[in-house]
Write a protein that binds this ligand. Sequence first.
Ligand SMILES: *Cc1c(COP(=O)(O)O)cnc(C)c1O
Length: 331
Amino acid sequence: MKTTHVTLSSPSPVTLGTWPTPVEPLPRLAAALGLGQHDLLIKRDDLTGLGGGGNKVRKLEWTVGAAIADGADTLVTTGAPQSNHARLTAAAAARLGIRSVLVFPAAGGRSQSGNLVLDGLLGAHVVWSDAADRAALDAAAAAVCAHLSEQGARPALIPFGGSSAVGALGYVRCGEELSEQVPDLERAVVALGSGGTMAGLVASLGPDRVLGVDTGALDDPLPVVAAFVADLLPEPVRPEQLQMRSDQVGSGYGNLTEAVKSALTVAARTEGIILDPIYTGRAMAGLIAAVEDGSIRPGRTTVFVHTGGLPGLFGHQAAVAYGENSVISGL
Ligand SMILES: *Cc1c(COP(=O)(O)O)cnc(C)c1O
């Protein structure tokens, strides 16, 4: 068994979630995909507890831990308006009795649905920015922090998607849980967005045992993942050593592809597992494609890492329409 050699020194995390998350078998989905009934398991990181759950809780335990150690009284972060990370940053702030400010691009749509509903309930302050790209959004968040400091607050900027080497420590820990729960794990399949989740799993499980399914959130994700891993391990991992599928991006991050529609329905109808259209639906579509092309084979243990994202489904017009149109009326 490969052991973890995480070198990053960091302040202690705060506890925000409920650990360890369960691992469950997916025998009916495995059979539907042509795998043996014991070949496919699911790591329920949709059930991390806080604020509707999801993978961002693990990363926030470390990034917010560092912020609190610095005396922060306000958490500031950015993302798309349907960001699960922003929702969970708001939940973390609520849990800790501090303030949260979410900086969103107005061009992303202000409709009060999905995650934005929960941001409101959680008491987040939302700042709509006219930023047209990532760099401008980061600059807008920095300006919000400067403004808060002038008012005498102590803001901490939580990185986009919660991803940094510190945030990735949450997924080093998830990899350790997985090693105990599934000693014969051959491959973990996970959505790749801002990169911290995959980086932590790679640092813990090794690059050969982690397949990232790109969601199109970053232009060039592998160097980003490799850079986080380099901060975690004494021996860096080269981007070429990482395993990634890019075949599920479709025409872009927000787009609902046919493969994702099938993944959403097969997971729901064989196992009662709900996936989201942006991340976990793509990860499952990538897993299905990997079974079809023989890179995931029967007789080996594959773990699908469910990273959450359910509120985002209700904020995604095409996914809502697809679900409504899938209703089977009458007998
Ligand atoms: C953010 C997110 C991911 C991707 O995680 P990263 O660490 O950003 O790569 C996967 N699934 C869901 C539901 C997410 O919200």
